[in-house]
Design a protein around this ligand. Structure first.
Ligand code: ADP
Length: 700
């Protein structure tokens, strides 16, 4: 039947309209549309709880609106427009965000002078609100193509991409959801465990792949997948050579927990391994011209009807897009920063803090599960025993190694402090308030430069006497004094008759004394996606998902029930490289290489951190300034005119704006090698706070 209205129908409709109009006029006269009625009308719209984003064209590029809906309606509205002119569109976004922070709304007034940006924001908000009502919203989906898509630019993903390119792959691209590369890898402090290396030989260390295998299986409580461990050890020496060949520095061999002999390979200046490795990998990616798409999150891996991988869905600040590809290497890291996932697989860890970077949310595991991947040892999560609960700062094991003891709030020791991580963590959780104090003296402080960083952060209590230390920390005074006296006696006798601690470096009698609150925190998620020795992702039934490879912390089975220090870095380089080799082979067997068409989305993508030079005297520096949501603090140390350990913390800044801005500012400083703070669009208050905090620090 035709839907064209007839004359008769039109007449009826006009009558109806008039009646409705009269009714509305009556209502309006009786009840003027007050703000509260308007609000009721808005609130009557049913939004579905969740987070919704949409983009629209602004002045300089796409602008984005993100709406968070809770059980009682809209909770927050946030805009982002990194490509808008900072002083015009950027300032407008900041202003509207401040209004929205004070009172989230579905409407706002355009900012005069920034009408184009304001219009874009309105359009984006409208789309996001439609999505929040469950409506389908058309967004143009761009389609790109590559031969190998690596998801995640941590140690595993970057090693994989480089290896594939070295094997001849011509069209590799890396997606990284954070504004910088490095993930948890950049936080690795120890080194890379490897056996039968020339460096061990040089130092007269007798090691073998078999011994490394046995140590790793024993450390992992024999839960590890023996074949994966065999692959790890047999390729470990080559991993050290490879890192050194591409410009890295792993030439000093040291002793670490759980290893029968000296096996951990570290940078020659004994600095932390993570920054060195990430700097080396970044530089190599740059040299090979492999594009890293930063702030680009993979959201789905696409398979065809036969289960063969054909693409990746991703989103960046311009919206969603698809990359058609032949192979995918999953290198998204672990899930230590995803409390829901942690509790799902290990309920006993509810409420634990984490040492992980915020991007460690297990996305790769979720994406692989959707494709039917199997999981291995997913419930195995390693905790680090001594982490400050307020700042999530990890006190390195060296503090205990160099002499510190652990006491509870009652002032008593309760464990051999040098036991393995899992034993010490479990012992702390049995103490009152599930916490402990790391107690040490000036001799320990002087033995370890890392302690200065903790003191600078303000997380260490200092006192001239043990009594004063007890008073300041609230630890039981009589017991603490007795514990310290007993420890000094045992130390001079050379035997810990209480807990059998083997090495008691110092008597802990040199004032002033120090204490830092310490709790266990989630450190490494050992379980993950199931793979074989070729890094192919396997389904529960053991069959491989064609075209899908995985390496690094996203994978389970390598570390079993407990990871040894030095084995994570070995894992990411060894299996990262194997995944690169195999993805390349797979591409050659499935259509071959093509020319690269994707370019990096950021001119600063493959940034190589430069040494930040300064004429400040050697020492530790800290500066604080007021930011948008609270204090922003900057800490660093200076040695021989070079700035080390630069941290910029803005714990209370809005994660999406101030948080991202801080990461960008730090990256700029590291890439220019100068303490120069350029204001980040949309986050001028945070940017100024960082600049002020640096000035305050350098004025010291
Ligand atoms: P690994 O040690 O296994 O290399 P890392 O934690 O060092 O693990 O690196 C994993 C990287 O993957 C991190 O930089 C993280 O931000 C990134 N990542 C995680 N999920 C995604 C995702 N969905 N899309 C893109 N990158 C991701």
């Amino acid at each position: 039947m035709s839907k064209q209205p007839t004359k008769q129908n039109k007449g009826n409709m006009t009558g109806l309209l008039l009646m409705v109009l009269a009714a509305i006029i009556t209502i309006v006269i009786a009840f003027p549309v007050t703000d509260s009625i308007r609000k009721m009308i808005k609130d009557n719209i049913k939004y579905i709880a969740g987070t919704y984003s949409a983009t629209e064209q602004g002045f300089g590029g796409k602008v984005k609106a993100t709406v968070v809906v809770g059980d009682n309606g809209i909770e927050s509205v946030l805009f982002d427009g990194p490509k808008e002119t900072p002083d015009i569109g950027g300032a407008a976004i900041l202003k509207i965000n401040e209004q929205m922070k004070a009172a989230p709304d579905t409407e706002f007034d355009a900012v005069s002078g920034a009408t184009v940006t304001s219009g874009g924001l309105k359009g984006a908000l409208k789309k996001a609100l439609l999505k929040a009502r469950g409506k389908e919203v058309e967004e143009d989906i761009e389609v790109k193509s590559a031969d190998i898509v690596v998801i995640g630019a941590g140690g595993a993903g970057m090693s994989a991409a480089i290896q594939a390119a070295q094997d001849g792959a011509t069209n590799v691209v890396i997606l990284e959801k954070m504004p910088i590369t490095g993930g948890n890898t950049v936080r690795a402090t120890g080194g890379l465990n490897a056996s039968q290396t020339p460096y061990q030989k040089r130092d007269g260390i007798e090691d073998s792949n078999d011994l490394f295998y046995e140590d790793t299986m024993k450390g992992g409580k024999n839960l590890n997948d023996p074949e994966l461990v065999r692959t790890l050890v047999e390729n470990s020496a080559a991993a050290v050579d490879w890192v050194n060949d591409i410009g890295g520095d792993l030439s000093v061999v040291g002793q670490f927990g759980g290893a029968s002999v000296k096996r951990i390979h570290r940078p020659s200046d004994t600095s932390a391994v993570g920054p060195m490795l990430v700097k080396t990998l970044n530089a190599k990616l740059d040299e090979l011209g492999i594009p890293v798409l930063l702030e680009t999150k993979a959201t789905k891996i696409i398979a065809d009807a036969d289960g063969k991988i054909i693409g990746v869905e991703a989103e960046d600040e311009d919206g969603s897009f698809i990359i058609n590809t032949k192979a995918v290497i999953l290198a998204t890291g672990g899930f230590g920063s995803n409390p829901d996932m942690v509790v799902k697989y290990a309920p006993q860890l509810s409420g634990f803090i984490t040492t992980n970077h915020i991007g460690a949310t297990g996305d790769g595991i979720e994406m692989a599960l959707e494709l039917g991947a199997g999981l291995t040892d997913i419930e195995q999560i390693q905790t680090h025993p001594t982490v400050n609960p307020d700042t999530a700062t990890m006190y390195t094991e060296g503090v205990r190694g160099n002499g510190a003891i652990l006491v509870n709030n009652d002032g008593n020791r309760f464990v051999n402090e040098l036991e393995t991580r899992d034993v010490v963590s479990a012992a702390i959780l049995e103490q009152p308030n599930e916490e402990s104090w790391l107690v040490f003296d000036t001799a320990v402080r002087e033995s370890l430069s890392a302690i200065e960083k903790y003191i600078n952060e303000g997380i260490i209590v200092e006192a001239n006497t043990i009594e004063e230390l007890a008073q300041k920390t609230g630890i039981n005074k009589e017991n603490l004094v007795a514990t310290m006296n007993k420890y000094a006696t045992m130390q001079s006798a050379g035997e810990d008759s209480n807990f059998g601690r083997k090495s008691m470096e110092v008597p802990l009698t040199k004032a002033p004394y120090f204490a830092g609150l310490a709790k266990p925190a989630i450190h490494h998620t050992m379980g993950g996606v199931k793979i074989n020795t070729q890094t192919q992702v396997l389904k529960e039934d053991g069959s491989a998902i064609p075209g899908l490879f995985a390496a690094g912390e996203v994978v389970g089975g390598v570390h079993g029930g407990n990871r040894l220090g030095g084995n994570a870095v070995a894992d990411i380089v060894v299996f990262g490289r194997i995944s690169g080799d195999n993805a390349n082979e797979y591409v050659l067997a499935n259509g071959g290489n093509t020319e690269r068409t994707i370019t990096a989305n950021d001119e600063d993508t493959n940034f190589v951190p430069q040494d930040i030079k300064t004429d400040l005297a050697d020492g530790s520096y800290k500066g604080i300034a007021k930011g948008f949501g609270g204090d922003v603090d900057v800490t660093f140390t200076v040695k021989n005119g070079i700035v080390n350990d630069l941290t910029i913390n803005g714990g209370k800044e809005t994660a999406e704006i101030g948080g991202k801005a801080i990461t960008k500012i730090k990256r700029n400083i590291q890439s220019t090698g100068e303490f120069k703070v350029d204001s980040v669009a949309g986050a001028s208050i945070t940017s100024k706070a960082v600049s002020d905090a640096i000035n305050n620090a350098t004025l010291q």
